[in-house]
Structure formats: structure tokens, C-alpha cells
Design a protein around this ligand. Structure first.
Ligand code: PMP
Length: 405
């Protein structure tokens, strides 16, 4: 027999940096919502690569789009125009309702793009003295792992030993308008915020917070920058999570699912008044907007639209949530809270009764992949192509794990 799961785990443990703590499942193949390990064991993917696999693994239309593009050209850099980038940007702008989009690769890069844009806008449009612009960010935020971004994390684990960090960020309490007002200064150029705090454990904003924040930003000439890297593109049951709040941000950050589960594709979107601060030479990325990525991302947007995957998240999300709430009742007092929006659910366990990590590992033994967050929350973000039958199977496995602890 060839190498088995243990061998691959050992290789990563020997040659990889130790910056992750994976569940001991070695995924070798995947198709739609199912994955298989090296020994051929089947798992339901209830994690969807943190919302990057919203179309299901290896969606046939996306694979076909990639294959077609691979007959033509994959990468040229932005030194030239291409025949896939323009159509992708046009589709993205029309779906999201912004004038322009700037393509990058990872979520963190698109967030960095937003930070640069917001500061320049602060100097050139708002008139903040150069070098003094400040951006408000929420406590509990997660926007990526670059040193600028972890510099304004409130999580010691992400920051310890990595300083010095970039100045120019101030913290407010997520969901608290008074905290925004108390934190802002005349140098505030932007509020950078997730519509739902994913990595913090699927933390929803209180009703009305975003409407009030929108009003405050407009009144104070401050950009509202919405990081929907995890929340966007149907995850919450609407195309964009800001739609639940009845607002429109000044700028939008997308990533993860934008690459159709095949490639890293991210984007920063804004209207002319904001995006015009970027002029030739001011920003870029060798791979951002490459021909292959743009072809796949465009097809990914069409698939979301034509297969009505956003509507599907809106229908099946409450179904998943109700079933998990049933387990909450049956396994009381193990589970403190079941919360979420669309196909994005966090199950918070009481640490006095169980460890989320242990539950996630035992769930994997029963053929369901999920992920713990911050020791107490188990996160479910399956592909939007998930079916009621697979949800039933996944929740049944979760029920047995929860009851047998
Ligand atoms: N923003 C948000 C809201 C995220 O959830 C993440 C990733 N979890 C990022 C940014 C960073 O994305 P990436 O890992 O692609 O850099």
C-alpha cells in the first residue's frame, strides 16, 4: 500500500511550520459537499474552507471555466490588458452596486488595499493632515494576518511578539454606537468592520447598529468599509450581509468564495469618489486579477446567480439552525447558544461541560468536518450547495457526539 493518512500528517509535522493545529483528517479528494481522506473515508464538509468553498468543491462549471482558460492564458500580470478581467469586474460591480473594483488575491491583501485607499481618501478628499489619518476597528475583529492587520487585532495570540505595529487604528466595541462616538476623532477617515464577526465566533450585530453607524459615518464624512470576505456572496442568505441591515457601505471587501473554491481571488470595491485616489503606480499585485482567476471568478458569480445559491442559503440556513437548536435542547446544558445567519452558524458550548475542539474531533470521527473557534465555538459554513439530507446527516452526527460526551 502507498502512504496513508499518518504518513502525510507526519510529513507536514516534520517539514511544515507549526502555525496551525489541524484536525487529523487528511483530505485527498472532494466533490461538492463531500470529501474523502486517503483511506477513502467519506466526510460531509460542513466547514467549506471558512466560507471559501461556497459553490461546493470542484463545481463542474468552474472546473470547465478553468480548463477553457488554461487553453488560452493564465497569468500575464497587469502590465497588459486581458479578455477576462474586464468582464469579471463589470459583473462584480453590477452585482454589488459599486462603480469600480480592484482585484487582489487574498482577503488580507484586499483589506490592506482598503486601508491604503481610506488613508489617501482621508488626506486628499477629507483634508486630514498627511500622516494623521485614523481608522476605527472593532474589538474582536479579524481582517487577516499581515503585520499591519494583526497590529490592530485585539487578540493577543495574533500579535504577541510581532510588533512594532503600524499606528493609526483605534478600537471600538462591536455593536456599540456610543463607543464609536467616544473613539472617533477629527482624523478618523474610516470605520473598517465585519458585518458579522466570523473568527470571533459568528458574532451578530445588535439590530439597528449598522443603520446608526451608516448615519454617523455620513454625518461625519467617514468611510464605512465593510469586510465581507467571509460574509459576502450569499453566505448569509443575501448576496451581501449589508443588505440585512438596510444600508450600503462606502466600500466593500470580498474574498474567499470569490475564487469559486478554486483559486485565491479577492477584491476591494468602491465608487469613483473613493477609488480615484489610486492612480497608476500607487497600488498593485502581480497575480491580482490574473486571467485564470478572473475567468473562474466570473463563472463563479454566474453560478451563484443561475443556480440560485443565495436563495438556497436563505432557505437552508434556518433549517440548519433549527436542527442545531433541537440538539441544544436535547443536550442541555452543553450548548449555550446557537446563532448565525444563512448557512453560517456558530454553536457555543459551555466550557464547563465540553471542549469545542474535542467535539470537533469526535464529529470528524463520525464523518463531519467543522472547526472550533476560540475554544468554545464550533463553526458550520457548508457549501451553499448543501442539501437537507446532508444537513440531516451532519446534525445527527453532531447530536450523537453532543449526547455522548
Ligand atoms: N477578513 C475576514 C472577515 C476574514 O474572515 C478573513 C479570513 N478568515 C480575512 C479577512 C483574511 O482573508 P485571507 O485569509 O484570505 O487573507
Amino acid at each position: 500500500a502507498g502512504p496513508g493518512s499518518r504518513d502525510y500528517v507526519a510529513l507536514e509535522a516534520r517539514y511544515g511550520a507549526r502555525n496551525y493545529h489541524p484536525i487529523p483528517v487528511v483530505v485527498e479528494r472532494a466533490r461538492d459537499c463531500l470529501v474523502w481522506d486517503v483511506e477513502g473515508r467519506e466526510y460531509i464538509d460542513m466547514m467549506g474552507a471558512y466560507s471559501a468553498v461556497s459553490h461546493g468543491h470542484l463545481h463542474p462549471r468552474l472546473v470547465a471555466a478553468a480548463q477553457r482558460q488554461l487553453e488560452k492564458v493564465a497569468v500575464t500580470s497587469r502590465a497588459y490588458y486581458g479578455s477576462t478581467l474586464g468582464p469579471f469586474l463589470a459583473k462584480l460591480c453590477s452585482l454589488a452596486g459599486f462603480d469600480r473594483a480592484l482585484p487582489m488575491n487574498t482577503g488580507a491583501e484586499a483589506v490592506e488595499t482598503a486601508i491604503k485607499c481610506a488613508r489617501r481618501w482621508g488626506y486628499r478628499v477629507k483634508g486630514i493632515p498627511e500622516g494623521q489619518a485614523e481608522i476605527l476597528v472593532a474589538r474582536g475583529n479579524f481582517h487577516g494576518r499581515t503585520s499591519t492587520i494583526v497590529g490592530f487585532s485585539s487578540e493577543p495570540e495574533y500579535r504577541a511578539g510581532f510588533g512594532p505595529f503600524a499606528p493609526g487604528f483605534r478600537h471600538f466595541d462591536f455593536g456599540d454606537m456610543r463607543s464609536i462616538e467616544a473613539t472617533a476623532t477629527p482624523q478618523t477617515c474610516a470605520v473598517l468592520v465585519e458585518p458579522i464577526q466570523g473568527e470571533a465566533g459568528v458574532v451578530l450585530p445588535p439590530p439597528g447598529f449598522f443603520a446608526a453607524l451608516r448615519q454617523w459615518c455620513t454625518a461625519n464624512h467617514v468611510l464605512l468599509i465593510d469586510d465581507e470576505v467571509q460574509a459576502g456572496l450569499g453566505r448569509t442568505g443575501k448576496w451581501f450581509a449589508f443588505e440585512h441591515e438596510g444600508i450600503r457601505p462606502d466600500a466593500l471587501i470580498l474574498g474567499k468564495a470569490l475564487g469559486g473554491g478554486l483559486l485565491p481571488v479577492s477584491a476591494f470595491l468602491a465608487d469613483d469618489e473613493v477609488m480615484q485616489v489610486f492612480d497608476p503606480g500607487s497600488h498593485g499585485s502581480t497575480f491580482g486579477g490574473n486571467a485564470l482567476a478572473a475567468a473562474v471568478a466570473l463563472e463563479g458569480l454566474r453560478v451563484l446567480e443561475e443556480e440560485k445559491l443565495v436563495e438556497r442559503a436563505a432557505q437552508l440556513g434556518p433549517y440548519l439552525m433549527r436542527k442545531l437548536q433541537d440538539v441544544q435542547r436535547e443536550a442541555a446544558p452543553l450548548i449555550r447558544d446557537v446563532r448565525g445567519r444563512g448557512l453560517w452558524v456558530g454553536v457555543e458550548v459551555d466550557p464547563a461541560h465540553a471542549s469545542a475542539r474535542r467535539l470537533v474531533e469526535r464529529l470528524a470521527e463520525r464523518g463531519v468536518l467543522s472547526k472550533e473557534t476560540h475554544e468554545t465555538v464550533i463553526r458550520f459554513a457548508p457549501p451553499l450547495t448543501i442539501t437537507p439530507a446532508l444537513i440531516d446527516r451532519a446534525v445527527d452526527a453532531f447530536r450523537s457526539v453532543a449526547l455522548q460526551r
